[in-house]
Write a protein that binds this ligand. Structure first.
Ligand SMILES: Nc1ncnc2c1ncn2[C@@H]1O[C@H](COP(=O)(O)OP(=O)(O)OP(=O)(O)O)[C@@H](O)[C@H]1O
Length: 217
């Protein structure tokens, strides 16, 4: 589903933060990526989600080479990947209600009717009560906001879900609930998972395979 070959990436021309990394996530497979803080895991996750252009190397999604990154990534490739980041308050637009946050990708892809119908179902699937959907990010807890971000990431039914330290800020019961939602989604759709994090025990329990940074295959 995802193949990264020889990825080198960074933010300042002279200091790559990811150096020649290769990694493969097969169809339906769950791969964990462990590594110390600052080693470049999130940067690699952004490259895999087509949100950051690597300096060199190739990204294949569902067998096709990436045809662009960031705003140049074609929609049909971008929507194959759902991403949930560590800090929902940085990822979520503070002006949107949780309902609009979840519905936005469906509306943006011309499915406004489906958005009206499916937003409640997506919210229920991640354990968000309907009463919370009219609230904005500052009016809910981190756990509730992260549930909304997960519902949004699943809204376009991606074949690959990338969870970049999705549960790092959450307590044990919310972590277990969100992992269960991802598991149920994967069971139903056969989607693949790339889970990035520091929690070795969680990643070992959650994933078919756990890679340690630096990874080469
Ligand atoms: N947008 C950015 N602009 C400049 N430098 C950045 C940017 N994002 C990350 N970096 C730098 O790139 C390096 C790798 O960061 P990255 O977030 O990929 O690491 P990480 O392994 O995910 O860390 P953590 O586990 O702490 O989240 C760090 O030195 C960081 O300061």
């Amino acid at each position: 589903m995802l193949e990264l070959r020889g990825i080198t990436a960074g933010y300042d021309r002279h200091h790559p933060v990811v150096r020649d990394v290769s990694l493969r996530v097969g169809d339906g497979e769950a791969v964990g990526l462990l590594g110390p803080s600052g080693c470049g895991k999130s940067t690699l996750a952004k490259v895999a989600a087509l949100l950051h252009r690597p300096w060199s190397g190739t990204v294949h999604l569902a067998g096709e080479p990436a045809r662009g990154f960031r705003h140049r990534a074609p929609r049909e490739q971008r929507t194959r990947v759902g991403v949930v980041f560590q800090q929902p308050r940085l990822a979520a637009d503070p002006r949107l209600t949780l309902r609009d946050l979840i519905a936005e990708p469906l509306r943006a892809t011309g499915r406004a009717r489906a958005a009206d119908r499916e937003t409640g179902e997506l919210a229920a699937a991640v354990g968000l009560g309907g009463g919370l959907l009219a609230r904005r990010p500052h009016e809910v807890s981190d756990g509730q906001l992260q549930r909304a971000c997960l519902a949004r990431a699943l809204s376009l039914r991606p074949g690959l879900l990338i969870c970049d330290e999705m549960t790092a800020m959450l307590d044990a019961s919310t972590t277990a609930a969100l992992v269960a939602v991802v598991e149920e989604y994967r069971r139903r759709t056969g989607a693949a998972l790339l889970a990035v994090g520091h929690d070795r025990v969680l990643l070992r329990r959650w994933c078919d395979r756990v890679l340690e940074y630096p990874v080469t295959g």
